[in-house]
Design a protein around this ligand. Structure first.
Ligand code: ATP
Ligand code: MG
Length: 502
């Protein structure tokens, strides 16, 4: 076969005692989409960060068209034609979309000088690729999905030959994902090489030409996509046969724990984004709110959890009216919250795993009280890391250094282990591998069986239809369908999500 465009040879990257990437070879060809798969913590992002100059490998080499290159910084990577869309956003929240794009593009001139030009670029690219964003919006005010679109546009604005996409679709809506796949297929058709990291095998199958699987830092497989089945891929990823998912029994609900009545929420400009939403969640049941991202569910959750003041309506947790109250009071009323934006709201990146876990326990005898001892915090963190399979080098590891899936498991560990009466979780399995996804879902069922009232807000149809006892569908800020007496099929909810028309 012809020479690869890019070759990684024997890349090793260690962090202290742990080897995150262990002698990995990877050959990437122009015009092909190469999927990089592996469970949470397998080393995918680390390997790509070595390629993008964010990390220096301990050993190994990188070749472009057979010539060894030193990628000493992201700037160098861009000069070499390597672009990357990161798993964790690297945008400046106080700047506009266009300014963020300009920042990536014009390392030598200030972002403000080039704003007009960048606005035009963003407008052109977003039209061309069907990625809807307003170039003049401040990134701070954007949803996670829109921020991801900005990341993608910023990469597109570079003149890249090799584009690395680290879980780019995790926060896109199905329609956006569809368009996005057309975009990357277009890239490949024009001779670019695309490296795609994803946990969704069905997506991978639809776009990738070849796959490489990493497990515990090692390359365990490489093949053309048509030569492996999804079952084989799943086994390669987790290193054993896939567990059979048994059907989850419906719960036996008790008294009402969370009651939402006539909830209206407006955005910063006064536009109503949640209209007259009412529902209850009882102890011992999981109520799923299913909707395509951007239909008001994020704002609804913010209003329920004290992160946003509703325009009107009531939120009652354990008999206590909490609408408009701050998060501290809402927590004391009995709420555990696994937020959608785990990096922005769920954790403090510069804090250790131990501190991130302990902060949820400060008002409990386990950690709090008159003397908060580091020893007790450490013991708690170690116990929960085992219980929830949070893979970190130690409880001292900074949260921002966890792999994406492990960061999510840490947030879940903190929120669920306190056994709150009401659990509100949004997109709890986003970015999680197959095994972790199954584990999180059974955790939620377990919480329900121990008597928690669980509100599961998700855009994953299978997630909601698998474990929710009742399903509500949200569209344009309204509850448009309710399935109370049976678990709906995927087709039934799919129709409702699209507003009844297909
Ligand atoms: N800067 C760092 N310092 C210490 N350990 C790190 C650092 N970056 C990554 N690690 C560790 O390296 C391992 C690989 O992490 P990496 O982020 O590459 O995984 P991943 O395959 O991208 O997983 P995910 O699917 O969850 O995103 C993890 O155990 C992680 O904790
Ligand atoms: Mg990663």
């Amino acid at each position: 076969m012809d020479q690869p465009l890019l070759a990684l040879k024997g890349i090793v990257k260690t962090f202290g005692p742990m080897t995150a990437v262990d002698s990995v070879d990877l050959e990437i060809r122009a015009g092909r989409i190469h999927a990089l798969l592996g469970e949470n913590g397998a080393g995918k992002s680390t390997l790509m960060n070595c390629l993008f100059g964010l990390l220096r490998p301990d050993s190994g080499s990188i070749e472009i068209e057979g010539v060894a290159v030193e990628v000493t910084s992201p700037k160098k990577a861009l000069e070499l034609g390597i672009g990357m869309v990161h798993q964790h956003f690297k945008l400046v929240p106080s700047l506009t979309v266009a300014q963020n794009v300009a920042l990536g593009r014009e390392p030598h001139s200030g972002p403000f000088v080039k704003t007009k030009e960048a606005e035009a670029t963003v407008e052109r690219l977003s039209r061309e690729y069907g990625l809807d964003v307003d170039p003049r919006s401040r990134v701070r005010s954007l949803s996670v999905g829109a921020q991801q679109r900005v990341e993608i546009l910023r990469a597109l604005a570079q003149d890249v030959r090799i584009l690395v996409l680290d879980e780019p679709t995790a926060v896109l809506t199905p329609a956006e994902t569809e368009r996005f796949f057309e975009v990357i297929k277009g890239f490949a058709a024009r001779g670019l090489a695309v490296i795609l990291i994803s946990h969704h095998l069905s997506e991978v199958r639809r776009v990738a030409d070849e796959v490489t699987v990493l497990r515990q830092g090692r390359r365990v497989a490489h093949s053309a996509i048509e030569e492996v089945t999804n079952t084989q891929l799943a086994e390669l990823i987790i290193g054993r046969a896939q567990p059979i998912v048994s059907e989850v029994e419906r719960g036996t609900p008790g008294e009402t724990r969370l009651s939402i009545d006539g909830l209206d929420v407006r955005d910063g400009r006064g536009l109503e984004i949640v209209h007259a939403v009412s529902f209850t969640v009882r102890a011992g049941e999981i109520v799923g709110v299913l909707g395509i991202a951007g239909n008001g569910q994020t704002e609804m959750v913010e209003a329920i959890t004290g992160l946003r003041r509703p325009a009107s309506g009531s939120v009652v947790i354990n008999g206590i009216e909490t609408a408009g109250e701050h998060t501290g009071l809402v927590r004391r009323a009995g709420l555990g919250h696994v937020p959608e934006d785990r990096n922005g709201r769920g954790l403090a990146g510069y804090w250790s795993v131990q501190d991130n876990i302990s902060i949820g326990y400060l008002d409990t005898p386990e950690v709090g009280g008159r003397l908060t001892s580091r020893a007790r915090m450490g013991a708690l963190a170690r116990r929960l890391m085992i219980d929830f399979d949070v893979r970190a080098n130690s409880p001292q590891q900074q949260a921002r250094r966890l792999s994406g899936g492990n960061a999510q498991k840490m947030v879940l560990a903190r929120e669920l282990s306190r056994k709150p009466d009401v659990v509100v979780c949004a997109e709890p399995t986003r970015g999680l591998d197959i095994a972790a996804t199954a584990a999180v879902r059974s955790r939620l069922v377990e919480a329900r069986d121990l008597g928690a009232a669980v509100l599961l807000v998700s855009s994953e149809i299978d997630e909601v239809t698998q474990i929710a006892d009742r399903v509500l569908v949200i569209s344009s800020g309204r509850i448009v369908a309710e399935f109370d007496d049976h678990r709906p099929t995927e087709a039934e909810v799919g129709r409702a999500m699209l507003g009844g028309h297909e």
